[in-house]
Design a binder for this molecule. Structure first.
Ligand SMILES: Nc1ncnc2c1ncn2[C@@H]1O[C@H](COP(=O)(O)OP(=O)(O)O)[C@@H](O)[C@H]1O
Ligand SMILES: [Mg+2]
Length: 367
């Protein structure tokens, strides 16, 4: 999704490319612009170029081509410590021989801030992450979660306008991770700082961010708000990468007025919403979310095409039922239904019919 930087952007990547070896591009053509105060997440599989982008923004790597702008000014020639950017990494990177308070004072000393002012800021930053009592401890005397809080406080202590975080919660257990996700987003919004956050965890990206840039193979595949990304993926990669998703392969038969019919490879005909397909005969992968599949025919529009399905497995999950079906020759078609008082509990071996509203079934590229 090409998006040009403009005068109002706080952070902008313009046609940025990066090669480490002078041959292969690991960042291919990055265009991205962020307003001040935004929480933007770069989400993508390992090796897709996320860390490289963050390192270029921080100034630890240089772009092979293109421009990176901060507040409208190209920062290509400004060294890292002059960019006024706070950073948090996965492995805390606290100085082990210093106390917590000394760790926090360090970025202030580098910036030549006087002792009294330093102590005030350190106290404030520690209070912000609820670690006010821990100033005299050394990192080894803290739990992983506490160390990560200190790393966060250290990134915020000099009041940067921009903070970069690279998988900062990756080393924490699930419960602590969810708690910290909440703390980080609250803190960022309260302080009004702009955040570029990197993760390969889609739930983290969806729950924390104003917008998410989905990376694959050195390119942004889609840049959108979480609900838009989940409900309106623009290509097969994004549909597969974000959330659980059923896919069926086939060929476009008819296409008109924002609707298409697809002849599945097994012979069945279905209704779909043409997203990046344009003409009959074209190969497509249709994508439908498990919670958008209807098993009650009365709830489908008139003339809707339905598919025969066989129930293979029923899993009771408390709040929802997760049922696996055989559909169009595939054994991995999943539907999710809410555990409402009148909800049917399907049984393995049962034959049913399924369908959907055509707008919920997206005909995407066949790649
Ligand atoms: N310092 C480096 N030297 C050479 N190649 C690198 C270096 N850092 C990353 N790469 C390569 O660049 C690609 C993108 O890596 P990276 O930006 O770390 O991806 P991500 O953070 O999405 O996992 C990978 O193929 C990786 O091997
Ligand atoms: Mg990385």
């Amino acid at each position: 999704m090409a998006e040009q930087g403009n005068g109002e952007a706080f952070v902008a990547f313009e046609r940025v490319q990066k090669s480490y070896d002078g041959e292969t591009l690991v960042v291919k053509d990055l265009n991205l612009s962020m307003p001040k105060g935004e929480f933007l997440t770069m989400l993508g599989p390992s090796g897709s170029g996320k860390t490289t982008c963050l390192m270029m923004l921080a100034g630890f790597e240089t772009a092979t081509h293109g421009d990176i702008l901060l507040d409208g000014v190209s920062i290509n020639n400004i060294p890292p410590h002059k960019r006024g950017i706070g950073m948090v990494f996965q492995n805390y990177a606290l100085f082990p021989h210093m106390t917590v308070a000394e760790n926090l004072a360090f970025p202030l000393e580098v910036r030549k801030i006087g002792k009294a002012e330093r102590e005030k800021k350190v106290r404030h930053a520690l209070d912000m992450v609820q670690m006010g009592e821990f100033g005299n401890r050394r990192p080894a005397q803290l739990s992983g979660g506490q160390q990560q809080r200190i790393a966060l406080a250290r990134a915020l202590v000099f009041e940067p306008e921009l903070v970069l975080m690279d998988e900062p919660l990756g080393a924490l257990d699930k419960q602590l991770r969810e708690h910290m996700q909440f703390e980080i987003t609250n803190l960022a919004h309260d302080l009004g700082i702009t955040v570029v956050y990197v993760t390969h965890d889609q739930t983290e990206a969806l729950t924390m961010s104003d917008r998410v840039a989905v990376f694959n193979d050195g390119r942004i595949q889609q840049l959108a708000a979480p609900d838009e990304l989940y409900e309106r993926p623009q290509n097969s990669f994004v549909a597969q990468f974000i959330g659980e998703n059923n896919t069926l392969e086939g060929t476009i038969q008819d296409i008109a007025d924002g609707r298409c019919t697809v002849r599945l490879d097994g012979g069945e005909l279905i209704d779909a919403n043409p997203i990046n397909v344009t003409k009959p005969g074209e190969r497509t992968r249709v994508s439908i979310r498990p919670e958008r599949v209807e098993i009650n025919k009365d709830r489908l529009g008139e003339g809707a095409h339905t598919l025969k399905a066989k129930v293979l497995e029923f899993v009771y999950m408390g709040d929802i039922f997760r049922t696996r079906l055989r559909v169009a020759g595939k054994d991995d078609f999943v539907i999710k239904t809410r555990n409402a008082p009148d909800q049917v509990r399907l049984k393995p071996g049962q034959d049913i019919e399924i369908g959907w509203m055509p707008e919920d079934c997206r005909a995407l590229d066949a790649h």
